[in-house]
Design a protein around this ligand. Structure first.
Ligand SMILES: Cc1cc2nc3c(=O)[nH]c(=O)nc-3n(C[C@H](O)[C@H](O)[C@H](O)COP(=O)(O)OP(=O)(O)OC[C@H]3O[C@@H](n4cnc5c(N)ncnc54)[C@H](O)[C@@H]3O)c2cc1C
Length: 813
């Protein structure tokens, strides 16, 4: 075994081997994979080997498509058969709601290049002869479904990597990992030590244990999973003989089942409700080649449905039931990327569908390690989407919920209850008493809307029970004044003598003067967005010279801190702190917002003294606050930042003072309705790391000419000169009873040309709005667009200027 390597990959399952292959293919060959046993000795060897392109997140779906397309290449490179059978498959709907969901999947497939087609139950039965068409209301055909040989694929990755110069050391168990003062990693094994620049944790079933070696508690948990294999079935033999083809795959969502042919019989797997975690606290090191005891009672309810939906199963015997463990993150997507605070330590774990996702994970991680960027939008699997709130108990609750809902529909207005409430702010009970319906962002409870007694969300793809109540919240804001809890923003304080120079290099905007704020896009080297913030200069005498304050997307706090810390100067001249729950927020907005504030502070609230984008410390009655004149509602409004111990007092003061102005509460759904009619985008929806500032319409906040050589400047200048490829646009949609959610295709002239990033109903303007990206060549066409919604195309019109307050009189007045 070599004593030094650029990269040590820990784990020889399908994921570790894919990472090794991709690093080698990308040109890093001083790399070694360490496997404690034979390759495949975790979850990989007993997998059912199914693969598919469908995923709830379109970016993950793209990586799944890539994974499937890769098998031919690694087979050729390695000379090792992968056993790929691209049979195709059917996705089955037994309810209308499921069919609506499937139509959304088909629609997404149009811009992802995934060939999906809605078919009738009878057509599905012609393709998959074991199903009873009377049990279903519709189906979708997917040509890119199939299965493979899990061991063959893993060995093909490893052999191909070896051919390219990588090394694989089997029976080499990593026992500890120690960071040296020079930043290199000592990887200590039962066979000696390897010193490495980078370490990749692809430990699969033991990813938690490998994480603990560096003080990391990763949010992963293994679940038991069962599939059965039947005796040979005459129906299968007859079909094979008649058509010369295998029986195709089927996913029966309502039965929580997946099926495929296995030799002369069938394989049926379940995601049962009565699920069971495995090794909740510690994975035994001596586990590897054994299976778990099958428990047919647990899967009996799913099998009952399966036998009804696929009657031929009633006449066959079960040859074997496989029960094996594999790991999940709380949301079921992988955990990939560099770990904040541990330079050179990377994870590629929590991969629950290794044969659909392993290739994409390897590609993204190797790009990231070598180029400094994953090369794709992988937010949905970025390890930084979790913070310290994703504890072991939280993970346990969430993974169990996710497993039991693997094939369940999640409606756009449906909030999942497990592991909640966890993080709450001091006004939580006060808002609950007012009817707050809670959602969650980055572990924190956030008010979505306020329901009258006895009303709650009715889950639906269409406008639902909240519609009229959100409309009334919007009316309160636009017609008078509303108050929202906004603690879910991420807040950062930047201090130190080097702070201004550092921010000038990090952010693409011009730095604001003391007492002022600005919108601040943050770019990567390739000129694409990696953040958008409000930056406040607290250096005025009023604010006691407290440095700089940034507010940004709450869900990206860890993501952004990883970026900030990686770019901090080494001389200690800058300190950045994520304030998290140490600072809570309230916002008031609407034409009467100034009058309310003026009642409760001695500070001069006049427009002359406190103009749009001003910021200063002031007391709200007795509560010390930081107040900025800015509002995501696009109205006259203020964001008020307050230490949690004062939040209740500030809230009660504002509500009492607002009474004479008819103040009311509004939640994030109303905020969405308000920002849409201002054409405002937001991080993780309109602003993502695949768009340039010009494409995203944030170029007006980029100080292309400033002296500082900000990160991404050259690429941003090139984008401005060449014009980029896409444009973000707001569309008014002639929708009927449903609004876009996000990820719907945008049609132009009869072809799919773009995709929706978000949208909804703008109650004040009484319009259905979608925001999304289209090629710049067609972006200024007023007509000709259509947006596909629940299987139908609706005319859509570009809305170039905001529907509300286009001349900014309300906001700046
Ligand atoms: C019953 C069942 C059916 C499944 N069906 C499918 C399916 O149809 N399709 C699909 O895509 N997925 C399926 N899966 C899931 C699939 O098996 C996993 O997604 C995949 O195997 C994960 O691979 P991995 O490399 O991340 O982890 P693992 O396979 O667990 O590999 C981790 C490896 O790391 C090694 N290791 C750990 N710690 C150390 C250490 N300290 N030192 C050295 N080596 C170490 C282990 O020995 C192991 O070989 C199924 C799983 C089960 C259990």
């Amino acid at each position: 075994m070599k004593s030094h390597a650029k990269v040590v990959v820990i784990g020889g399952g399908v994921v570790g081997c894919s990472v090794l292959f991709h690093l080698a293919r990308h040109g890093w060959t001083d790399i070694v994979l360490l496997e404690r046993d034979e390759l495949t000795s975790g979850s990989t060897w007993h997998a059912a080997g199914g693969m598919h392109t469908i995923n709830g997140d379109p970016n993950v779906a793209k990586l799944q498509k890539y994974t499937i397309s890769l098998y031919k290449e690694i087979e050729e490179l390695s000379g090792q058969a992968t056993g790929v059978h691209l049979t195709g498959g059917v996705l089955l709907a037994a309810t209308e709601a499921r069919l609506d969901w499937l139509r959304g999947v088909v629609a997404k497939g149009r811009y992802l290049g995934i060939d999906l087609e809605e078919i009738s139950p009878d057509e599905a039965a012609e393709l998959m002869p074991l199903l009873d068409p009377k049990q279903f209301v519709g189906a979708v055909r997917n040509k890119e479904d199939g299965h493979l040989d899990p061991s063959g694929v893993t060995h093909a990755y490893a052999k191909a990597a070896r051919k390219l110069g990588a090394e694989v050391e089997r029976f080499t168990k990593v026992e500890d990992i120690v960071r040296r003062p020079d930043g290199l990693w000592r990887v200590l094994t039962n066979k000696g030590e390897v010193v490495a620049e980078h370490v990749v944790n692809a430990g699969g079933l033991w990813a938690r244990e490998v994480g603990r070696m560096v003080g990391l508690e990763l949010p992963v948990l293994a679940m038991e999973h069962m599939y059965l294999i039947t005796e040979d079935m005459p129906e299968v033999a007859a079909w094979n003989q008649k058509t010369g083809t295998e029986i195709i795959h089927a996913v029966d969502f309502d039965g929580e089942l997946y099926l495929r042919q296995e030799r002369g019989g069938m394989l049926m797997g379940t995601y049962e409700k009565a699920n069971k975690p495995w090794s909740e606290f510690q994975t035994p090191w001596n586990f590897g080649h054994e299976l778990l005891e099958p428990d047919i009672d647990r899967i009996a309810p799913s099998l009952e449905v399966g036998f009804r939906h696929f009657p031929a199963f009633q006449n066959t015997g079960i040859k074997q039931i496989i029960n094996g463990p594999f790991t999940f993150a709380p949301d079921g997507n992988p955990l990939v990327g560099p770990v904040r605070g541990l330079p050179g330590f990377w994870v590629a774990c929590g991969v629950m569908a290794g044969f659909s996702q392993g290739g994409g994970v390897g590609l993204a991680l190797s790009n990231w390690m070598i180029e400094g960027d994953p090369g794709a939008d992988i937010w949905a699997m970025d390890v930084s989407r979790y913070g310290d709130w994703a504890t072991m108990a939280y993970t346990n609750a969430k993974v169990r919920e996710n497993y039991s809902r693997r094939f369940s529909i999640r409606f756009p207005n449906e909030e999942l209850p497990a592991g909640r409430p966890l993080k709450t702010t001091p006004v939580y009970d006060l808002l609950s008493a007012k009817g707050a319906q809670w959602g969650v962002a980055y572990g924190l409870e956030v008010p979505l809307w306020y329901a009258p007694e006895g009303v709650k969300d009715e889950f639906s793809w269409r406008r639902s029970s909240d519609f009229e109540h959100v409309a009334s919240e919007v009316k309160t804001v636009r017609g008078g004044v509303g108050l929202a809890e906004i603690s879910s923003f991420a807040k950062y304080r930047v201090t130190g003598e080097g702070a201004a120079a550092w921010l000038d290099r990090l952010l693409a905007c011009k730095l604001p003067k003391p007492g002022r704020m600005t919108l601040a896009p943050m770019l990567k080297e390739d000129g694409k967005l990696i953040g958008d913030f409000t930056l406040a200069n607290l250096g005025s005498p009023d604010s006691n010279g407290e440095g700089w304050f940034l507010a940004g997307s709450g869900i990206a706090e860890q993501y952004h801190m990883r970026w900030f810390e990686a770019h901090l100067p080494k001389d200690g001249s800058v300190t950045i702190e994520a304030l998290g729950a140490k600072l809570t927020g309230l916002s008031i907005a609407g034409p009467n917002a100034r009058d309310v504030l003026a009642r409760v502070t001695r500070a001069d609230m006049s427009n002359a003294a406190f103009s749009f984008m001003a910021v200063r410390k002031m007391d709200i009655d007795m509560a010390p606050c930081l107040v900025g004149r800015v509002s995501y509602t696009g109205d006259l409004g203020y964001e008020i930042w307050v230490a949690p111990e004062y939040q209740r007092a500030a809230y009660q003061t504002l509500m009492a003072a607002g009474e004479e102005f008819g103040i009311g509460l509004f939640g994030s759904r109303a905020l969405n309705a308000l920002r849409l009619e201002k054409n405002y985008g937001s991080w993780a929806r309109e602003y993502r790391p695949i768009y340039g500032p010009l494409e995203a319409g944030l170029d007006r906040f980029v100080a292309y000419g400033k002296d500082a050589d900000f990160i991404g400047k050259q690429a941003a200048l090139a984008e401005r000169q060449q014009g980029g490829k896409l444009r973000l646009r707001a569309f008014v949609v002639d929708a009927a009873d449903a609004d876009v959610i996000g990820d719907e295709p945008i049609w132009f002239d009869g072809a799919v040309r773009g995709w929706v990033t978000s949208g909804g109903y703008a109650h004040h303007s009484k319009t259905s709005i979608a925001m999304g990206y289209v090629p710049k060549e067609i972006a200024d066409e007023a007509d000709g667009f259509e947006i596909e919604l629940l299987g139908k195309r609706y005319p859509a019109h570009v809305q170039p200027s905001p529907l509300f307050d286009a001349n900014l009189e309300r906001m700046r007045g």
